[in-house]
Design a protein around this ligand. Structure first.
Ligand code: ADP
Length: 490
């Protein structure tokens, strides 16, 4: 992938309107909202504030594209070729997209280039390959009948995504939906609408027919809720907070929408004394501080075996002190600002709460600078299982270290959470590693690594961390209905 050494500092802001039926149109209400640069607190652009009226138009366009447009009758392999083409156009605009993502979200450009963009492109290529490999079965039923199944697109997919990995969430949602032959109404997060809109432009340039992808920017309780309530939407794919998912599930029940949810976490990262210490320290650091701690699978509860505890914590503190905070568009920056003031305030509240509850803040704990929503990489030692910082999802650069001496208790302690998204274990004992992997209640378990993602590997949560899986072959099911056809043979 062609990347420049000097990053693009001023990416072009091209798309700020709703994308409906292949046209860029202002919100019917005429309203707009500001999207903010979290590093400077300045307005980047005014974006169309869609609501129920715009969602209704988008659903009509998606329905029309599904039933009357070329999409519904297109050969599956040609559909796949269009998804490949979209991935190729993203590759061509790699630097520009990375800069735009960094500007709107605050993530370091180095991360956008090393992780977000490559994962986005890979995900789209992966699902492009699936388009012509979706097929039913022939089933040996009793009697003179020939029975087969067809796998058909579920219809119009309503997709609601968060702000932490804006483009990656688009790819995780569009990839399987397009491969399955669905059409889409997407509501990006109000904090980060710009790259999703840019991707819609590229989808059109790739030749994906008008109306197949529609994007309505706006707020959750208005635009998002309208997608959930609309009778013309067949399926909801949502990533965000579990409380929002509960509202959506209740609303979606009215129209029996198929729902999949990828929600929050309080993931345990378990470090045994026999682990490769430096690898485990680096893994714990990455597992929590990546993306300013704004990852649903962040390893926010780091359980460290007593024998190595002091040494481990000291190494974490040293690593934090070398972490470079600053302008996300600077290629040297390792940590940018939190996405907005609401998140900043929430995280600072939890840092104060941690101190009040008696945990020891051994690193960070303060705002960084005076402008932008920067928070120092923060480390609490001496955290106890009952404390709020060990239970609530903070979604920021705040790590809790919990000591353990009793190996028999560690699985119960790790599972003592309403969440179940991810977990990790660090040990050189392969039997112990697989034992923990089997016992821990989480959708993903990493052994001697953290945050390893692949488009082919399913991802999702146990318990309050979600329902269904994204990525891999599994995610195609989210966008397909199965139809049984029986033919009398006599
Ligand atoms: P986060 O804390 O990551 O912002 P949310 O669950 O609040 O998590 O938001 C995730 C996405 O859900 C965003 O696009 C947001 O606008 C949307 N959203 C929020 N509330 C609702 C709702 N009541 N109905 C539908 N979508 C919503």
């Amino acid at each position: 992938m062609a990347t420049t050494i000097e990053p693009i500092r001023k990416p072009k802001i091209q798309q700020t309107e709703c994308f409906i039926g292949g046209k860029w149109i202002p919100a019917a209400s005429g309203k707009t909202f500001a999207t903010i640069n979290p590093a400077t607190e300045e307005v980047i652009a005014q974006v169309a504030e869609g609501d129920a009226a715009d969602v209704d138009l988008a659903v009509q366009a998606a329905r029309n594209a599904l039933e009357n447009g070329p999409w519904g009758t297109m050969d599956a392999r040609d559909r796949g070729a269009l998804i490949h083409k979209l991935a190729d156009l993203l590759t061509e605009e790699f630097d520009e997209l990375a800069a735009l993502e960094s500007l709107d979200n605050g993530k370091p450009i180095s991360e956008a280039k090393a992780a977000d963009l490559p994962l986005v492109i890979d995900c789209l290529h992966y699902y492009a390959g699936w388009a012509d490999k979706i097929h039913g079965k022939t089933i040996p039923v009793r009697g003179p009948y020939f029975t087969y199944t067809r796998r058909e697109p579920v219809g119009v997919a309503g997709q609601i995504i968060p702000w932490n990995f804006p483009m990656l969430m688009v790819a995780w949602k569009w990839g399987p939906a397009l491969a399955a032959g669905c059409t889409i109404v997407m509501k990006p997060a109000e904090q980060t609408p710009l790259t999703c809109l840019r991707m819609a432009r590229l989808a059109q340039k790739a030749g994906i027919p008008d109306g197949v992808i529609n994007v309505v920017p706006g707020y959750g309780p208005t635009a998002g809720a309208a997608v959930v309530a609309h009778p013309g939407v067949d399926k909801i794919a949502f990533t965000g907070e579990h409380r929002t998912a509960q509202i959506i599930m209740r609303e979606a029940a009215e129209t029996m929408k198929r729902c999949t949810f990828e929600l929050g976490g309080k993931s345990p990262n378990i470090v045994f004394a026999d682990a490769d210490l430096d690898a485990a320290v680096a893994g714990a650091h990455l597992g929590l501080y990546l993306n300013q701690g704004q990852c649903c699978c962040a390893g926010s509860r780091v359980f460290v075996e007593g024998k190595i505890h002091d040494k481990f914590v000291q190494k974490l503190v040293d690593m934090n002190s070398g972490r470079k905070l600053g302008n996300p568009l600077d290629p040297e920056t390792q940590q940018g600002p939190q996405v907005d003031k609401a998140q900043f305030d929430k995280i600072m509240h939890y840092i104060e709460l941690g101190k009040k509850e008696g945990a020891k803040c051994v690193s960070g704990g303060k705002r960084h600078g005076t402008k932008g929503y920067f928070i120092e990489p923060t480390l609490f030692d001496g955290v106890k299982d009952h404390m709020s910082i060990a239970n609530d999802e903070i979604f920021g650069p705040v790590m809790s270290v919990l000591r353990f001496d009793d190996v028999d208790e560690i699985v119960d302690r790790a599972n003592n959470t309403m969440y179940g998204l991810a977990a990790a274990v660090w040990t050189r004992d392969i039997g112990k590693a697989h034992h923990i992997a089997a016992k821990v209640k989480a959708g993903t378990v990493w052994i001697n690594c953290y945050d390893v993602f692949d488009a082919a590997a399913p991802f999702g949560g146990f318990k309050m961390s979600g329902m269904g899986r994204e990525l891999g072959e599994k995610a195609l099911d989210n966008y397909l209905e199965e139809k049984t056809v029986t033919v009398a043979m006599s």
